[in-house]
Design a protein around this ligand. Structure first.
Ligand SMILES: [Zn+2]
Length: 446
């Protein structure tokens, strides 16, 4: 039996999404992976410290802290008329970050001290095959200071559960002490004789990755543990995709693919920000000046930027909570997004999501054109609501904004679950968003 072309395309899309997810254990790796794909598509690097002379019809990208990235097409049409189509996502995910003085020797084991980054669901971190990745800053033999991305790739640590026999109440009321219960166990050592410490392990790995590396000492690092299990299709009929960091690398990847295929008439932009999971307030986060600074340089003057912003629109793409079949009461009965039923428009009266009726309507028109379904999410009125970079960017830039995302189970777990069709649906509607054929502006008739 031959498969329809659309299914083949969807399968290929998800296959390449899996490769991206597996190669992107940290925000630094996300940006590195994005840059390699963008450059292959003709996007040229811009340096924030240099003067820019943008040419219409060309593609550019710029990164900050090597963990946030903005890529854009500088369109041939008059930018004051078209505005800028912006898509926002975030590069970071909840994880366990290594502390500066990481070594903990307990009994005959070397454990690694970690902080919890963001709102991680900690239970699923137990009994996983963990690896370690991130950035090191080192000194060369000539006293230069350089950086290097590190990835052990193999399972080098684990957080073993305590056996049920040693805690009979475990299934009833388990709580986790993040200081004492989760330091990953890396190896057995002889405390009397061993000279192994965490930095020497890093040094060895750096040399293994790059045998010719000129490295005298490691000065500092930003490293986090991750699950080595690869992204995959699951479910009897492959209805689901399972992976770490689906929140929000699915949106980073899908947005990038849509931008790469966008026409060059309209100015279109992708911003992928670090530090969303910890509130976005950083030099490279969405509450920092990165996006505004790039927009100012694209516009050339404040007057023109204000005119551009008035005709622009931002879509913040971040995963939405699918209604869980074991916990249906956690959702409002009329707003329970179902897996593989399309992207979710997120609405919140208190502006935890930035969507309004006009941006939602624009999106619905594009979804109709793309022939994909759309759903709505509103949190139960008796529960608190999460947020995204949408309201933050909207407040910083003053641009009309829409919050959307693909329905997802187990958000902030070490292994999240989304729908195998929803990534493709998102890609198709974002292609419309980046197309000059569709307007993002509604004429006022109040
Ligand atoms: Zn997110």
């Amino acid at each position: 039996m031959t498969m329809p072309v659309e299914i083949l395309e969807l399968n290929q899309f998800n296959h390449e999404l899996f490769q991206f997810l597996d190669a992107s254990p940290t925000p630094f790796h996300v940006v590195q992976q994005q840059i390699s794909r963008l450059e292959a598509y003709g996007f040229e690097r811009l340096d924030e410290s240099q003067q820019w002379s943008l040419q219409s019809g060309k593609r550019y990208y710029v990164s900050r802290n090597n963990s946030s990235l903005i890529a854009f097409i500088y369109g041939t049409d008059d930018i004051i008329q078209t505005g800028i189509r912006m898509l926002g996502a975030h590069t970071d995910s909840p994880c366990l970050k290594v502390k500066p003085n990481a070594d903990i020797i307990s009994l005959s084991y070397l454990k690694i001290g970690v902080e919890v980054y963001g709102g991680a669901l900690l239970n699923p971190w137990f009994d996983r095959d963990l690896s370690l990745a991130g950035k090191i800053v080192y000194q060369t033999k000539k006293q230069q200071v350089k950086t290097l991305l590190l990835d052990f790739e193999q399972a080098i640590a684990c957080i073993p559960s305590l056996a049920i026999h040693l805690d009979r109440d475990d299934n009833k009321n388990r709580s986790i002490n993040a200081q004492t219960d989760i330091p990953p166990v890396m190896m057995l050592i002889d405390p009397q004789q061993s000279t192994v410490d965490f930095k020497s392990i890093l040094l060895k790995q750096a040399k293994k990755q790059n045998p010719l590396l000129d490295i005298e000492q490691i000065l500092d690092y930003e490293l986090s543990f991750y699950d080595t299990q690869q992204a995959s299709n699951i479910g009897l009929n492959n209805d689901f995709i399972a992976s770490s960091r689906l929140d929000n690398l699915l949106s980073c990847y899908t947005g990038m693919q849509a931008l790469m295929r966008a026409d060059t008439k309209t100015t279109s932009l992708l911003v992928c920000s670090d530090h969303e999971e910890v509130g976005s307030a950083s030099s490279s986060g969405a509450q920092g000046p990165f996006l505004k600074s790039v927009l100012e340089r694209i516009a050339g003057s404040n007057e023109i930027l204000s005119r551009i912003i008035d005709r622009s629109m931002l879509i913040s793409a971040d995963n939405a909570h699918a209604v869980h079949p074991n916990f249906p009461d956690k959702h409002d009965a009329n707003h329970g997004p179902v897996i593989n039923n399309g992207p979710v428009i997120k609405v919140n009266a208190n502006q935890r999501y930035a969507s309004n009726s006009e941006t939602a309507a624009v999106f619905k028109v594009m979804a109709q054109a793309a022939e994909i379904p759309v759903q709505s999410f509103v949190v139960r009125t008796d529960m608190g609501c999460g947020s995204t970079i949408g309201p933050i960017a909207a407040a910083e830039i003053g641009v009309k904004t829409l919050d959307i995302g693909v329905p997802t189970f187990a958000m902030h777990s070490i292994r999240e679950l989304a729908g195998s069709k929803d990534s493709w649906y998102l890609f198709k509607v974002l292609q419309k968003f980046f197309s000059s054929e569709y307007s993002v502006n509604i004429s006022d008739q109040l």
